[in-house]
Design a protein around this ligand. Structure first.
Ligand code: ADP
Ligand code: MG
Length: 629
């Protein structure tokens, strides 16, 4: 807890501190990586789609959909069907309009050497029927995209759960508070973007290609004019697009940083007020927000302006074609159809644009998400498959433990504990007691030296066996927002009798049965049914549920008042004489059953033996005192 807020404060004190995998995102507007700035200028690209972006989109859909990505391949054929139907619909409507204008009764349609004579009614019925067919396919397509998008987010969240809760505890400890929540919310939500971008782009590009073919066949002049126009306009608008793209990338990166900073400040709310730093914090956030707002202003302005410019330029193109055909007296119906398709294609170009911009905005969130998942996965706890029926002996051999930040918390500690032994661990704050406790319970692995259980390396054992043989009770009992029974059971399957037995051994049974709902009473964050001492004994019952062979007590009573700590102490006196108990404490009563002591100072065992040999009296207060400093 202390460490977490220290780390958080470091982030706050140095606003330039690198945060997360995308460290260094705090760039000003003009300050863009040369590689990014150069990327847009190498080739003219329609709508800023780059091969690299396509690769990224495909890669992310794979990350978030796994094998289900195969279903994405249904999108292109569906898109082709929709595009064909839509083209037919547009052409039919045009024919109908021409019939109406010309006042004729029927029209001769020739295609691929076949020619059919069709009346107004039959043409109109076909057009009407096509509407239903198109709608049908649209419903199918929307369901496909919606379903896959939802799956991407849900799979991203599941990967987060799975990787976080399988990760090494040491790795988790170095995580920022609230980071998992942020990843589950904002970042996981963005997992839909690559899926949607892929589908939108498929549909738009396939439709555009089909329109292109039809226009080229019907009126090559129109096709060529539009192609020339489209390329010209794209080239003209390229600088604007490039700016949008960079702006979008920067704005997302800044937004991510704002979220991280705001979360940190929110966690430090109390300190900020006590140290009167909240004004500075607010100003810092406002400044970050201002930067984002400036970046987004550009992006949003361009996002509206570019399509409008595009549209106007293409409309002038149509005007030009109409003028040319009037001068040259060309076939009006084919020209008209081609022009309508060309105009219609604009909305698809726009869709591609919007989709790419969205993907660019989502990318920093996605790379943070996948980076977090990969980091946690690579820090998976090491376990073996050796069964562990009973712990007879624990042995630390020259164990040194160094935290990720280089701090050496334990140095060449050697210790041997046999069945039924109670060992007291004393020493000043920061001496390494908690580190030792975490090591013994298997949360940390020695940096060097060895930890043997029954003369085998601790990591050889099967994790399920290990967990039922070891238990820890720490200073702050944290209860789930659930019933008392569920808190004792703690997701391990145990029947009501076992839960009751554990509560009895932890001397909390009477306290529970006195509650109006007994074991069904809701406790945890937001429910104030239990006192501190009762909560600690519920936590003890949780620890005792599996009848562990090793129980580590890390200052379990130091946050409690005298009455409450006596209740916990009394409960501990009832432990089976077979248990190995490690007691880290400053309370004489709690230490009274220990037959051996070690004294840890700056990570080193400076004394070992009886109470007298380790100088218990000078370090441990009487029980009338409050907890330690
Ligand atoms: P104690 O429980 O005796 O007060 P700890 O085992 O908590 O001592 O800490 C021992 C040393 O390791 C201290 O210097 C502390 O600052 C450092 N430390 C504890 N936890 C971490 C951590 N997660 N990362 C880095 N250093 C840590
Ligand atoms: Mg401690």
């Amino acid at each position: 807890m202390i460490r977490d807020s220290a780390a958080a404060r470091r982030d706050v004190l140095s606003p330039d501190a690198k945060v997360g995998p995308e460290a260094g995102v705090r760039r000003s507007h003009a300050d863009v990586k040369p590689s990014e700035a150069g990327r847009g200028t190498s080739r003219a690209r329609l709508a800023n789609v780059t091969p690299r972006m396509l690769r990224d989109i495909w890669m992310y859909t794979g990350r978030f959909l796994g094998l289900r990505r195969r279903r994405l391949l249904l999108e292109p054929p569906l898109a082709l069907l929709i595009a064909i139907i839509e083209t037919l619909q547009l052409l039919l409507v045009l024919r109908l309009l021409l019939l109406l204008v010309g006042g004729e009764a029927s029209v001769k349609i020739s295609f691929a050497g076949l020619s059919v004579e069709a009346g107004f009614i039959s043409l109109a019925s076909v057009a009407g029927a096509l509407t239903f067919v198109n709608l049908g396919f649209r419903v199918l397509e929307s369901r496909l995209v919606g379903g896959l998008a939802a799956e991407a987010t849900s799979h991203a969240r599941n990967m987060l759960f799975e990787s976080y809760f399988a990760a090494d505890w040491q790795q988790l400890q170095s995580e920022r508070l609230g980071r998992l929540q942020q990843l589950l919310g904002v970042n996981a939500q963005q997992a839909t973007t690559p899926v949607i971008t892929f589908c939108t782009m498929s549909l738009a590009c396939i439709t555009l290609a089909l329109y292109g073919i039809v226009i080229a066949v019907m009126a090559p002049v129109v096709g060529l004019t539009f192609l020339a126009l489209a390329i010209g306009v794209t080239l003209l608008l390229r600088p604007l697009r490039g700016k949008s793209k960079r702006g979008a990338r920067q704005a997302s990166a800044s937004l991510r940083e704002l979220q991280v900073t705001a979360t940190t400040y929110a966690q430090l709310n109390r300190e900020l007020h006590v140290f009167a730093a909240h004004h500075a914090a607010t100003r810092h956030l406002e400044q970050l927000n201002g930067t984002i707002s400036e970046q987004f202003r550009q992006v949003r302005t361009n996002a509206r302006l570019i399509p409008a410019l595009f549209q106007q330029m293409l409309l002038s193109g149509v005007l030009f074609i109409v003028f040319v055909s009037w001068v040259l007296d060309l076939d009006a119906s084919a020209l008209g159809a081609a022009a309508v398709l060309a105009l219609r294609s604009m909305s698809y170009v726009q869709q591609v644009n919007t989709a790419t911009l969205q993907f660019i905005e989502a990318k920093p969130f996605l790379s943070e998400l996948t980076h977090a998942i990969d980091t946690q996965r690579s820090a998976r706890r090491r376990t073996g498959d050796e069964p562990l029926a009973h712990v007879d002996e624990l042995q630390l051999d020259g164990v040194t433990f160094t935290y990720a930040d280089g701090r050496e918390a334990l140095r060449t500690v050697s210790l041997r504990l046999r069945r039924g032994e109670w060992i007291g661990v004393i020493g000043p704050s920061g001496g390494g007691k908690t580190t030792l406790a975490n090591l013994l319970v298997g949360l940390l692995t020695p940096t060097s030296g060895s930890y043997l259980v029954n003369a085998r390396p601790a990591t050889d054992y099967r994790s399920s066996d290990w967990k039922s043989r070891f238990a820890i009770l720490s200073q702050e009992p944290v209860l789930l927002r659930a019933t008392v029974a569920e808190n004792i059971e703690f997701h391990r399957s145990a029947d009501a009798n076992a839960v009751r037995g554990a509560a009895e051994r932890a001397s909390v049974l009477d306290d529970i049965t006195r509650q109006p709902y007994g074991f069904e009473t809701l406790v945890g964050d937001g429910f104030g049914a239990l006192s501190g001492g009762q909560r600690q004994r519920v936590a003890l019952a949780r620890a005792l549920l599996t009848d562990p062979d090793v129980l580590i007590l890390d200052e379990p009573t130091s946050a409690l008042d005298l009455v409450n700590s006596s209740a916990v102490e009394a409960a501990l006196q009832k432990l089976s004489s077979d248990t190995i108990v490690v007691v880290v404490s400053h309370r004489r009563n709690l230490l009274s059953r220990c037959n051996r002591f070690i004294r840890l100072e700056q990570g080193v065992v400076v004394a070992e033996g009886s109470a007298l040999q380790v100088g218990l009296d000078e370090l441990v207060g009487g029980d009338e005192e409050a907890g330690p400093a």
